[in-house]
Design a protein around this ligand. Structure first.
Ligand code: GTP
Length: 417
């Protein structure tokens, strides 16, 4: 194919200038061509790269020329990475890291994805799996020697000691409480409160663009609108929820229902209070204070108006901010506090688990190890639990039993990756 289009097969891995031609011999572009023979390529197979001038017509002409070559077809989304995985160039956690890297919106997401791509979790899982297999060898030996008096005990005790250290390590990683998983999706902050307090106006301030319709009529926001913010590299999704009140209109009722459920699921709620009408929503607020609810910040809005009423929320123990969403006063302080909140939430150093899939498999592996430790002297049963624990780590790395999830994982990749 390279010979037909570029007129030559360049030296392996050397950027080589070539005049690309279509099947009729018409020139397409003056380009750079690279040739990576298997197995020293990203996918482990023969790979040719064309570096062309980016115009649409150039690209179309080259694709048409390549398409004219027999047995060639366009790659499916994620197919290159999938082949790299199938040829052992990447383990599954690294492939997931690559997917995250491609989709990273913020600096912290990029760093986390790169750590994953570099095999931080994969290396650990391989190491753990190796240790489990070493412990299994002791237990298997105990089974073989079980006719010979004291030997089993002497073998099983050190095997269990190894497993205990290992289990502690896995539990430490599991104890991260899903924070690194959240770094992929972003922290969710809901702007909530009674109608007409200025939620949409604050949302617009935060997003610095008009995403929500601001109107002087109560009950304008009927659905949930969200913006994605990059606060010092931390991804934060802010949602503007419909004014919480007893709605009569069925459309508004639905808006209120959705607002309540999204607000309930959020990591943090900014409860807006209108300093002009402080009584609105106070009952609801006080009920939450009485219930000892967490994850609320009170934001007093419309400070630009002269006769501000100040609701007394000192009993809540919640952080309190004063702003004018209309002219932006106090908003930088609020954004600063949100950034610090996000920074404290994401403890970057320990990010290892970035997906629910990792968490579930590590949990199952740890549970099997825990059962192995608790089993008294039954070497066969211990060996079985260790096999299961190692198998789960194999699944994490994508080495065993994963056919069914591969399509799901690689489908999310873009074409050309
Ligand atoms: N003076 C003053 N008016 C404001 C401020 N913030 C919002 N408003 C006004 O308050 C009214 C309601 O603002 P919205 O942002 O639509 O309020 P909302 O809470 O989203 O309203 P719903 O969608 O009904 O829940 C509009 O007329 C805004 O211009 C502020 O800081 N100062």
């Amino acid at each position: 194919m390279l010979e037909r289009i570029a007129g030559q097969r360049p030296q392996p891995r050397a950027a080589t200038r070539a005049l690309l031609k279509d099947p009729s011999g018409q020139p397409i572009d003056d380009a750079i061509v690279l040739w990576f023979p298997a197995p020293r390529s990203a996918t482990g197979e023969d790979v040719a790269e064309f570096h062309i001038h980016g115009g649409r017509a150039v690209l179309q002409a080259l694709i048409a020329a390549i398409g004219a070559v027999e047995n060639l077809r366009a790659a499916e989304p994620g197919e290159f990475t999938r082949r790299a995985f199938e040829n052992g160039k990447l383990d599954l956690t690294e492939a997931e890291g690559l997917d995250d890297l491609i989709h990273a919106d913020t600096e912290r997401q990029r760093r986390q994805a790169l750590r994953q791509l570099k095999g931080l979790l994969g290396d650990k899982a391989r190491d753990w799996r190796g240790q489990i297999i070493a412990a299994s060898a002791l237990v298997e030996a105990a089974i073989d020697f079980s006719d010979e008096g004291d030997v089993p005990d002497e073998l099983i005790a050190p095997a269990k000691a190894k497993i205990e250290i290992l289990l502690d390590e896995i539990e430490d990683v599991l104890a991260q409480e899903g924070r690194s998983e959240r770094l992929r999706d972003g922290l969710v902050v809901a702007i909530t409160g009674p109608p007409n307090v200025g939620k949409s106006t604050l949302m617009n301030q935060l997003a610095r663009r008009e995403v929500a319709i601001v109107s002087p009529h109560a009950g304008t926001t009927r659905d949930v609108i969200e913006v994605h913010l990059d606060l010092d590299g931390y991804p934060v999704t802010v949602i503007d929820t419909a004014g919480i009140r007893e709605a009569i209109d069925p459309v508004e009722q639905e808006g209120v229902r959705r607002a309540r459920s999204r607000a309930a699921e959020a990591d943090l709620r900014l409860w807006l209070v209108d300093t002009q009408a402080a009584g609105d929503g106070e009952d609801e607020l006080r009920a939450w204070i009485a219930e000892g609810q967490h994850g609320f910040w009170v934001v007093r809005n419309k400070l630009d108006e002269p006769e501000a009423v100040t609701p007394d929320l000192s009993a809540s123990g919640w952080p309190c901010f004063s702003i004018s969403a209309a002219n932006g006063r106090g908003v930088p302080e609020l954004i600063g506090a949100l950034t610090r909140y996000a920074a404290a939430y994401f403890d970057e150093g320990s990010a290892l688990i970035t997906r629910a899939r990792h968490r579930e498999l590590l949990r199952q592996s740890a549970d099997a190890l825990g059962r192995a430790i608790d089993l008294p002297e039954a070497a066969e049963l211990i060996a079985e639990e260790l096999r299961l624990a190692a198998h789960r780590l194999g699944q994490l790395l994508g080495r065993v039993d994963v056919e069914d999830i591969l399509d799901v994982i690689f489908r999310e990749f873009c074409v050309g990756k």
